[in-house]
Design a protein around this ligand. Structure first.
Ligand code: MLT
Length: 304
């Protein structure tokens, strides 16, 4: 009997597909063989002696103490691609939120509820106040061409954007999934200087912390619009605040609300919703539990 501990709610429908007579899957097990988790932060958790594997139901592994796991021989899995469509769809919504004052317009329209006969005139005022720009023909720079970045690049291109991409580590398999209209750019400076919109689709690691900093803002065009649905820590928030105040950045749309910039009028934030769809949650849960099951049962290490 293997014991798998879940540190976040895992879709029950997915779990019922497993041969549960050989597994105990519960939220509290003192000595688990494996742990399956979503966003739970394990950095301050002592690893149980019995632990052989951790599976992160998601792409980013910044909530897992990788060094400690390596030292103790604990295998770490993630679920690359399993939630990529969910995140891609929210990034595309982000592109539109960055272009049209949808969030601001929705909030403002609610204030009209008790305005009675004044509503038609107020709508005319709203039309002027919330005028936006179109994305067709604009240049989107995609930083990070992994599973999510490739989907975003192709979808944005289908919406009429010029798409350029940068990724120092892209593998041939990912590159082949790119539409041939998506242009690779070799240097980050060249990429940033061309972008009307920028989307970050890279993991947060010690190397990428504050990746978008004062120096990189200096390489960008004025009025650039930035989408961050990857991790909050990729952007130096003090530098971002200055860039938003100076007009270098026209809008920052993010899945990671932070008090430093949250109240600024050109910031739109949602609460880490990228992978929060029924489909993505089920895909990630299924992949994570299957990886752990294959490893505990047969010793197979397959990170897909
Ligand atoms: C990811 O790293 O894939 C996302 O953060 C997933 C999530 O929201 O759990």
């Amino acid at each position: 009997m293997f014991k798998i501990q879940t540190l976040n709610k895992i879709d029950a429908g997915g779990l019922s597909l497993f041969p549960l007579d050989n597994y105990e899957i519960a939220s509290e097990i003192p000595q688990p063989d494996a742990v399956v988790l979503r966003s739970f932060n394990m950095h301050n958790t002592e690893l149980p002696k019995s632990l052989k594997a951790i599976a992160r139901a998601g792409a980013g592994v910044n909530n897992i103490p990788i060094d400690k796991c390596t030292e103790k021989g604990v295998v770490v899995f993630n679920t690359p691609g399993a939630n990529a469509n969910g995140v891609k769809e929210l990034v595309i919504a982000g592109l539109l939120l960055a272009s049209r004052d949808i969030a601001e317009g929705v909030n403002w329209a609610k204030t009209l509820a008790d305005k009675g006969d004044e509503i038609p005139a107020l709508i005319e005022q709203g039309k002027k106040n919330f005028a936006g720009q179109e994305i067709q023909g604009k240049t989107l720079a995609v930083i990070g061409l992994g599973a999510i970045g490739v989907l975003v690049a192709n979808a944005a291109q289908a919406l009429g954007m010029k798409v350029i991409g940068y990724d120092p580590y892209i593998c041939v398999k990912q590159a082949l999934k790119l539409s041939n209209q998506v242009k690779f750019v070799k240097g980050i400076q060249s990429l940033l200087s061309q972008a009307d919109y920028l989307t970050l689709n890279i993991p947060l690691t010690p190397e990428t912390k504050n990746y978008i900093n004062k120096e990189k803002f200096g390489m960008m065009k004025d009025n650039v619009r930035i989408l961050n649905f990857a991790r909050g820590g990729l952007v130096d928030l003090d530098a971002l605040k200055d860039a938003l105040e100076s007009g270098k950045v026209a809008k920052y749309v993010t899945d990671f609300p932070n008090q430093k910039v949250l109240n600024m009028k050109n910031v739109v934030a949602v609460p880490h919703l990228g992978a929060s769809t029924k489909e993505s949650e089920t895909n990630c849960a299924m992949m994570a539990v299957n990886q752990v099951k294959d490893f505990l049962q047969d010793g197979n290490i397959k990170n897909s």
